[in-house]
Design a protein around this ligand. Structure first.
Ligand SMILES: [Zn+2]
Ligand SMILES: [Zn+2]
Length: 184
């Protein structure tokens, strides 16, 4: 019998692929330097992580939380509404940074179609760039990006919504988490 005839270990658990990569995106999100919202994104092909990104000002530009983006500062102060004056925002989106990560390092997302995991939902601009580099599956938490539906349909892409509870569960299993697993 393969495996030496041992019985499977009961109660053994680990994240699914989708949960695993969303956790990677959650990790990237922690590094965000934006005061308005923190987002993380990961690009995956054949179960391998190709690139990662979080939102914030470009390298060499003062961090958003240090006053690097006037638009975000005005948004936080309530001087402009959500979604307004985005043309003045200096923060790159997490998804765009993950896509640029591919560009900078010359990583091809591939003709077979890659997956983008994002802790929010990709905007129209990011979805346009993503389908351009060959991403055909989007996995997001919470919100369905309405305005991208035609783009998604026409490129035969798919959107998978993930349950935040699942991600919280695995995060709680990490060191310091409420359900931390003792090291054996
Ligand atoms: Zn910002
Ligand atoms: Zn975007």
């Amino acid at each position: 019998m393969p495996g030496g005839g041992r019985l499977p270990v009961s109660g053994f658990e680990r994240p699914t692929w989708d949960e695993y990569f969303m956790l990677q995106a959650e990790l990237a999100k922690l590094r965000s330097n934006c005061i308005v919202r923190k987002v993380g994104a990961v690009i995956v092909r054949d179960h391998r992580q190709l690139a990662t990104g979080y939102n914030g000002t470009p390298p060499g530009v003062k961090n958003c939380y240090e006053g690097g983006c006037e638009r975000c500062a005005e948004r936080i102060e309530g001087r402009i509404k959500s979604g307004e004056a985005l043309d003045r925002c200096l923060c790159n989106h997490a998804e765009a940074n993950a896509i640029m990560h591919c560009a900078i390092l010359g990583i091809g997302a591939g003709g077979g179609g890659a997956t983008m995991y994002t802790t929010f939902s990709p905007c129209l601009e990011c979805t346009k760039m993503a389908v351009t580099i060959g991403i055909r599956r989007f996995v997001c938490l919470d919100t369905y990006p309405e305005n991208t539906s035609r783009l998604v349909k026409e490129t035969s892409s798919e959107i998978t919504m993930m349950d935040k509870e699942k991600i919280s569960y695995w995060a709680s299993r990490m060191p310091g988490g409420s359900k931390e697993v003792p090291v054996r």
